[in-house]
Design a protein around this ligand. Structure first.
Ligand SMILES: [Zn+2]
Length: 466
């Protein structure tokens, strides 16, 4: 067994080692230029041809990362110099062959990886001493997967340890995320505060499952469950394996601690090392890491990875989109309310208060002051008692683009002044009365709109003074 702690591998280390390994350099070259066919004629002495052939077999999955690192899908193809170190890392905590392979596969790949892992575990003294010859069968009664994480948890005790401590083990049945707390005794009095602490961190589960151990039969525990509002389900002694979740975890946990004991290592540190690995290893049942299923993201591990965002990206995008959408709606609501208040204060009238004289009407089109023809809906007839003479007088409606809401949902081309979009609605006609001054209308200083565009004077108003 390697006594020294294997150091984490970062991307710089991978880059440097890749640079020194000519076989991988050649693979990068072939991948980059799509020239794997040239391998046949490659007889350079510094190239390991069997290795190159194994890499070629997966060439459809290969890409070259911008850092000049070869990737097989999202996994880094490790150069020879780093492979043993990677396995030392992934076998920390002494998970078995399957789990060690599974954990290694989360981040890296290289030819002959599985065989190398099998060999490493076979040669690991701790694993040899502590693993029984025959494989223990998977527990036969597995409970149904809860609908989400942290709804049902199993609790159990391990120990006593040589230090006379006990381990209070809690496993989430959905994510298989384990939590281990060191306790001095198995009494309800020492158990409840620990459960309290865990609940405060992860929230209240719906159901807590345990065996019939004495702390779980106590009145205090019953009171605690009632008070907190979770169902305490006790497994009958006739079928102790029904509490399989916690028990199947306890074995490798105790193996890690025993290994620490044999090797005179700090058992707590070794236990946390094991927990770190276990939580980051895809679980056989779910195919996902417990960590991901509980926290919705992958943890960073001692193995290198190219993009730390790769897994979180989708989730992050969702969060980001939701966040910006919520802010947008809030802003629109605020803006609309502000405008409503301004209008309510008569700072923004709906109609131009300067009355226009109707000079012509054709169907729905109305001409005012012999100069502007608009659809009738753009005018408001001034009511009879306001009229000073017998001629029809109207007020011209301000185009209220601000009410075209929500603006950001419209494509850019339609985000302009609504009047520009419907030029046929209003047309200017040459004023018959040349005495009517034709002036550029206010505002003279262009108003910068939210979209950053200048506010244009509607064409139909160009002959008016507002
Ligand atoms: Zn081992």
């Amino acid at each position: 067994m390697r006594a020294s702690l294997p150091q984490a591998i970062d991307l710089d280390t991978v880059r440097e080692a890749t640079q020194k390994y000519s076989t991988l350099q050649r693979a990068i070259h072939y991948t980059r230029f799509g020239t794997w066919y040239m391998m046949k004629t490659d007889d350079s002495e510094d190239i390991d041809l069997s290795e190159l052939t194994a890499i070629k077999a997966v060439r459809d999955e290969l890409t070259v990362h911008s850092d000049n690192i070869l990737l097989r899908n999202h996994r880094i193809v490790l150069p020879k110099g780093l492979r043993q170190r990677a396995i030392d890392i992934t076998h920390e905590g002494h998970q078995g062959v399957a789990k060690t392979k599974s954990f290694t596969r989360t981040k890296v790949w290289f030819p002959g990886m599985d065989g190398m892992i099998e060999e490493a575990v076979k040669n690991c003294a701790s694993c040899q001493t502590l693993t029984p010859e025959f494989r223990s069968v998977e527990p036969y009664k597995m409970s149904e997967l809860p609908s989400g994480p942290w709804e049902n948890i199993s609790i159990d005790f391990c120990g006593p340890l040589p230090s006379s401590d006990y381990l209070f083990v809690m496993v989430d049945e959905y994510s298989r995320y384990p939590i281990v707390e060191i306790v001095k005794s198995v009494s309800a009095r020492s158990t409840i505060p620990v459960l309290d602490k865990v609940i405060s961190t992860f929230g209240l589960p719906k159901t807590v499952k345990s065996d019939n151990g004495s702390p779980f039969q106590s009145y205090e525990f019953k009171q605690f469950a009632e008070n907190m509002g979770f169902v305490h389900r006790r497994i009958t002694p006739r079928w102790p394996r029904a509490n399989a979740q916690a028990e199947s975890f306890n074995k490798p946990l105790m193996k890690a601690i025993r290994s620490a004991h044999i090797n005179q290592q700090n058992w707590k540190q070794e236990m946390y090392k094991f927990l770190r690995q276990y939580r980051a290893t895809p679980h056989t049942s779910t195919g996902q890491t417990p960590y991901r299923l509980l926290f919705n993201r992958e943890p960073r591990t001692k193995l290198p990875q190219t993009s730390e965002k790769s897994v979180e990206l989708v989730l992050d995008e969702i969060v980001r989109t939701r966040d910006s959408e919520a802010k947008r709606v809030m802003k629109q609501y605020g803006d609309q309310r502000n405008r409503a208040m301004i209008r309510g204060n008569k700072l923004h009238p709906v109609y131009d208060t300067n009355p226009r004289r109707v000079s012509d009407k054709k169907g729905s089109m109305v001409t005012v002051d012999d100069s502007v023809t608009c659809n009738a809906s753009s005018f408001k007839k001034i009511s009879d008692h306001v009229r000073s003479d017998l001629m029809d007088k109207v007020m011209l409606k301000f185009e209220d683009e601000d009410l075209k809401w929500p603006e950001s949902k419209l494509p850019e081309s339609s985000m302009r002044n609504p009047i520009d979009a419907s030029p046929k609605q209003c047309v200017s006609v040459s004023p018959k009365d040349k005495a009517t001054p034709s002036v550029t209308l206010s505002p003279k200083t262009p108003v910068v709109r939210r979209s950053g565009r200048e506010r244009k004077q509607p064409v139909r108003l160009k002959d008016f003074v507002l």
